[in-house]
Design a protein around this ligand. Structure first.
Ligand SMILES: Nc1nc(=O)c2c([nH]1)NC[C@@H]1CN(c3ccc(C(=O)N[C@@H](CCC(=O)O)C(=O)O)cc3)CN21
Ligand SMILES: O=c1ccn([C@H]2C[C@H](O)[C@@H](COP(=O)(O)O)O2)c(=O)[nH]1
Length: 273
């Protein structure tokens, strides 16, 4: 995960100190891009232990179109607790926009189903996009989407190079990035989503391209950042997905198995609310 450590170091050493909505204070740069070839292994940060359980459950929860934290709580995931109302609701956040974006004439668009159909029928399309940034609904969301907009790209098979199937890449635009806590989750989540989409479309994986807007380290994560930068990254683990799942909405927690994850000890950090 050199790419991630390079980002952390770049912002820590070159960012500008800036106030922010949470009142914590950040060091920040505007505009940064990372690229992960998903054939090189599963991009899970190794310089601190990451809680993949939370990441997998959160992704399944998004894909079910769910926006209430009940499912997460039932599965021991607490990362969204601070933002939910007394009934566990977050408003029309990711799951709602991904699966049922409301149209002015009263219909709902399932962007995930549309993207899978596009990938199967017209993989050359330059319009294979999911947007969570629904301007009209932002005011009703507990938090405006951070990972706001993503696009898929298919490179055709190249049998002469031994690439027998089309290769699926995904690029995400993340408008605001909490580099110490959020970004390791976001990288793993979109890497996994790309693998899942590739499997149900019978494609190989290509790259995950991660483009950041305001990329920041909170000032109460500086000590943790120095500790993490002092550590040597370890080889990437491998993610095995149950090959029998052919529908993107059928994936269950048990369908994922992480192998050979070598990591440094977990580093605790407070989340800015
Ligand atoms: N400031 C901030 N950073 C974020 O990354 C973030 C938000 N707010 N608000 C909405 C979601 C919630 N996300 C979160 C929230 C908490 C952790 C966190 O505390 N992670 C710990 C423990 C993980 C666990 O309990 O599974 C970590 O060490 O990674 C991570 C992502 C990502 N988002
Ligand atoms: O998936 C996520 C969700 C949230 N974040 C971070 C980025 C910011 O630190 C906060 C959101 O605050 P805003 O004032 O709305 O930008 O949450 C993340 O990194 N990844």
């Amino acid at each position: 995960m050199k790419q991630y450590l390079d980002l952390l170091k770049h912002v820590y050493e070159n960012g500008v100190d800036k106030t922010d909505r949470t009142g914590t204070g950040t060091r920040s740069v505007f505009g940064y891009q990372m690229r992960f070839n998903l054939k090189d292994g599963f991009p899970l940060v190794t310089t601190k232990k990451l809680h993949l359980r939370s990441i997998i459950h959160e992704l399944i929860w998004f894909l079910q179109g769910d926006t209430n934290i009940k499912y997460l709580k039932e599965n021991g995931v607490s990362i969204w607790d601070e933002w939910a109302d007394e009934n566990g609701n977050l408003g029309p956040v990711y799951g709602s926009q991904w699966r049922s974006w409301p149209t002015p004439d009263g219909r709902h668009i399932d962007q995930i189903t549309q993207v899978i159909e596009q990938l199967k029928k017209s993989p050359d399309s330059r319009r294979i996009i999911v947007s969570a940034w629904n301007v009209a609904e932002i005011g009703n969301m507990a938090l405006p989407p951070c990972h706001a907009f993503f696009q898929f790209y298919v490179a055709p098979a190249q049998p002469e190079k031994g690439i027998l199937k089309p290769q699926l890449s995904c690029q995400l635009y993340q408008r605001s990035a909490d580099i110490f806590l959020g970004v390791p989750f976001n990288i793993a989540s979109y890497a996994l989503l790309t693998m899942m989409v590739a499997q149900v479309c019978d494609m190989e994986v290509g790259d995950f391209v991660h483009t950041l807007g305001d990329a920041h380290i909170y000032s109460n994560h500086f000590e943790q950042t120095e500790l993490q930068l002092s550590r040597e990254p370890k080889p990437l683990p491998t993610m095995k997905i149950n090959p029998d799942v052919k529908n993107i909405f059928d994936f269950k927690f048990e369908d994922f198995e992480l192998q050979n994850y070598a990591f440094h000890p977990h580093i605790k950090a407070p989340v800015a609310v």
